[in-house]
Design a protein around this ligand. Structure first.
Ligand code: ADP
Ligand code: MG
Length: 348
């Protein structure tokens, strides 16, 4: 169905119907000029916005619309979790061009609503516009945390343990695979322009890295696990631009150095296999790949016994005095300075 058949108000009505609100902090959702929220008095309110532009942040050649909606919400929730908070409301601005049908917008919203459901977030509003330059999705997430529980980037201290959840580099390898298959497809079609081929990329055995790229999951579970274990991190950040870059943010803002160990960096089997096929250094990919949406945090040394038993959390190093710099120790005992872009042992 053409969007013009529905008009702006018809479209808004369609994408926002059947929204059920589940948080007591949501007093009013879609339907008025503003959403209305009220949080308990000793809580702080957290807010974070993202913008996802077609051609810059996603490629519709291989990005299904439903998972794109899901990912847009997840990257936004991830920022709230990175403050040790819980996301509670989502506001979504969307701009679409004439190529999009009503059914395709439905798909994006299915993904957004699916993400909200999984993370107990209320979709409470947004704005809708047409676009001349492709699809734009801009979510804003609002959440909260007890004031005493908010974790900033600047709280790391000397001797703190550096921890990371899950594993790293998988989303980056997923992207490399998708980009390669796109090139193969383009090349084959360029050779036979008169009869577009039915291209079937072989993704078997690579499902995990593809999912990490296309449908990431924000780490609510990590925030819950830490709370249940009685651990309050001293600093925290989500890994969107790569481990190196995020660790440098923590150290710069906390005025510390750090030392992490190559052998401690968690890497999934599929990530390692794919890196080998692409002739990429898997550690470089894990350090600089990005889009992992894992949580990187520091804890007091006295929390060692608690943190070492937590499933899915790896201690990868420790915080050092600022004059020692931000360092990576390799398996063979050499140390390299961490850089925001591209640590490469072959270049150094
Ligand atoms: P206004 O003219 O005040 O911007 P709109 O007609 O754009 O109002 O929006 C009407 C209601 O629908 C508002 O509650 C708004 O938050 C909601 N809304 C509009 N667009 C979207 C969207 N893309 N996703 C979710 N809610 C939306
Ligand atoms: Mg509006």
């Amino acid at each position: 169905m053409d969007i013009s058949e529905l008009g702006e108000f018809g479209l808004i009505k369609r994408i926002t119907e059947n929204i059920s609100l589940e948080n007591s902090s949501t007093l009013k959702g879609v339907g008025d000029d503003c959403a209305v929220m009220q949080y308990p008095q000793d809580n702080v309110t957290l807010a974070s916005s993202d913008i996802l532009m077609e051609g810059i942040h996603f490629d519709l050649t291989y990005c299904p619309l439903k998972t794109l909606g899901y990912k847009a919400a997840m990257v936004n929730f991830s920022d709230i979790y990175a403050m040790n908070g819980m996301p509670e409301q989502l506001i979504v601005n969307i701009a679409v061009d004439k190529r999009f049908s009503v059914e395709q917008i439905d798909e994006i919203y299915e993904g957004l609503k699916w993400a909200c459901q999984n993370h107990h977030v209320d979709l409470v509003g947004g704005d809708t516009s047409s676009s001349l330059t492709g699809l734009v999705i801009s979510p804003t997430c609002i959440g909260s945390a007890p004031k005493s529980q908010v974790v900033y980037r600047n709280g790391a201290e000397n001797t703190n343990l550096i921890c990371v959840s899950g594993n790293l580099g998988a989303a980056y390898m997923g992207l490399q695979l998708l980009e390669r298959e796109k090139q193969v497809y383009r090349q084959q079609n360029a050779e036979h322009p008169e009869s577009p081929i039915d291209f079937q990329p072989d993704f078997s055995g690579k499902e995990y890295i593809l999912e990490r790229q296309l449908k990431p999951e924000a780490r609510r579970i990590v925030v819950e696990t830490l709370r249940n274990a009685g651990i309050l991190p001293t600093s925290m950040i989500d890994v969107s631009d790569g481990l190196s870059s995020e660790l440098l943010h923590i150290c710069q803002q906390s005025n510390t150095g750090c030392l992490i160990y190559e052998e401690r960096i968690p890497i999934d089997y599929q990530t390692a296999m794919m890196a080998e096929q692409f002739n990429l250094n898997v550690i470089t990919s894990a350090l600089n790949g990005g889009e992992d949406y894992e949580l990187l945090f520091t804890v007091k040394l006295s929390d060692y016994d608690k943190v070492k038993t937590l499933e899915g959390i790896r201690i990868i190093g420790h915080i050092t005095p600022p004059q020692q710099g931000c360092m990576l120790q390799t398996r063979d005992g050499n140390t390299f300075e961490l850089k925001a872009q591209g640590w490469n042992p072959l270049q150094d």
